[in-house]
Design a protein around this ligand. Structure first.
Ligand SMILES: [Zn+2]
Length: 315
């Protein structure tokens, strides 16, 4: 049961449209429950009932409001989202930085506290500590085939993929969770150029060289898969010579498991490191391109690029 006092505090927060309040308001006359910050008109106090969670309000027979959507995770709002991405992009954000992009520091602090329940300075500190302690960092760079994101953790390259590839957000989120830095790819810190992790720097440089045709083999520390089968499939991938293609069947035979071509295809499909682990060199037994997480046009481009580089070096 709520005490009269906490009920009073909730009523006050509700009247103030307090976005940091973490309870649910239900309105007896409409049968609807809201977030305290809902823009809807305030009902009379005797018609209001407070709950600790949307679930409790629903259990009491109320329906969720369509304006403030109390069942959905709360959105941070544009300013708070922008503040968080500034920190992710640059590490420390000072009042001078805020002023230089036209954001009033005291408004920023107030809104941040209201939306997240944490101070902006405290959130920044916690963010830096999490990232420093776990040594996880990301970099995004351009390539002739579109922007790529690389993630380094535990001093190995964990992911390299095209930004718009269908697995990139999910894989990034999984890595962020594994290292305890957050729930999304966006929460992995991207350091400025001068503080870039050496492996990210190497990756960017070697990928550049690959695209200009001056590099055929990579020299980047990778984090091998835990499953022995995936590790074998992975090594067989690295062993496909530059400019050549193999079928899933050939790959299965290469690891001494001739009937396991479907498992090889699955292991390839979960490849987290595009280009460096050259899953683009695996095609259907009839020579068709089959699939590629980054899109078939990229697979085609990579294969043609490698053949052209080889043809040039042999002429
Ligand atoms: Zn509402």
């Amino acid at each position: 049961m709520l005490t009269a006092e906490s009920s009073d505090a909730r009523w006050t927060a509700f009247l103030a449209h307090d976005a940091s309040a973490r309870f649910i308001v239900a309105v007896k006359t409409t049968g609807i429950y809201c977030r305290p910050a809902c823009p809807a008109r305030r009902p009379n106090r005797e018609n209001v009932e407070f709950f600790d969670s949307p679930l409790q309000a629903a259990a009491a027979g109320y329906r969720a409001c369509k304006r403030c959507r109390p069942d959905e995770p709360s959105a941070d709002g544009p300013l708070v989202g922008r503040l968080k991405s500034l920190v992710r992009a640059g590490g420390r954000v000072t009042e001078g930085d805020l002023a230089s992009i036209g954001v009033d520091p005291s408004t920023a602090r107030r809104n941040f506290k209201k939306a997240t329940g944490q101070t902006f300075a405290g959130w920044q500190r916690a963010f830096r500590n999490r990232n420093a302690a776990n040594a996880l960092s990301a970099a995004t760079f351009d390539s002739p085939l579109g922007r790529m994101t690389a993630i380094v953790g535990d001093d190995a390259l964990l992911m390299l993929n095209f930004v718009d590839s269908k697995y990139t957000p999910a894989v990034g989120a999984k890595i962020a969770k594994r290292f305890g830095v957050g729930d999304t790819l966006a929460e992995i810190i991207e350091h400025s150029d001068d503080k870039l992790h050496p492996i990210l720097r190497q990756t960017r440089q070697q990928i550049d060289e690959y695209f200009t045709g001056t590099r055929q083999h990579f020299d980047i520390p990778l984090d091998p898969p835990e499953l022995p089968f995936n590790r074998l499939a992975w090594e067989a991938l690295i062993n496909i010579p530059y400019g050549e293609v193999r079928s899933y069947g050939q790959q299965a035979r290469a690891i001494g498991r001739p009937t396991a071509f479907r498992a090889v295809a699955r292991a390839n499909a979960t490849n987290l490191i595009a280009i460096i682990l050259p899953c683009h060199r695996v095609v259907g037994s009839n020579g068709t391109l089959t699939g590629y997480a980054g899109g078939l046009h990229r697979k085609q481009w990579l294969l043609e690029h490698e053949r052209a580089v080889l043809a040039k070096s042999q002429s």
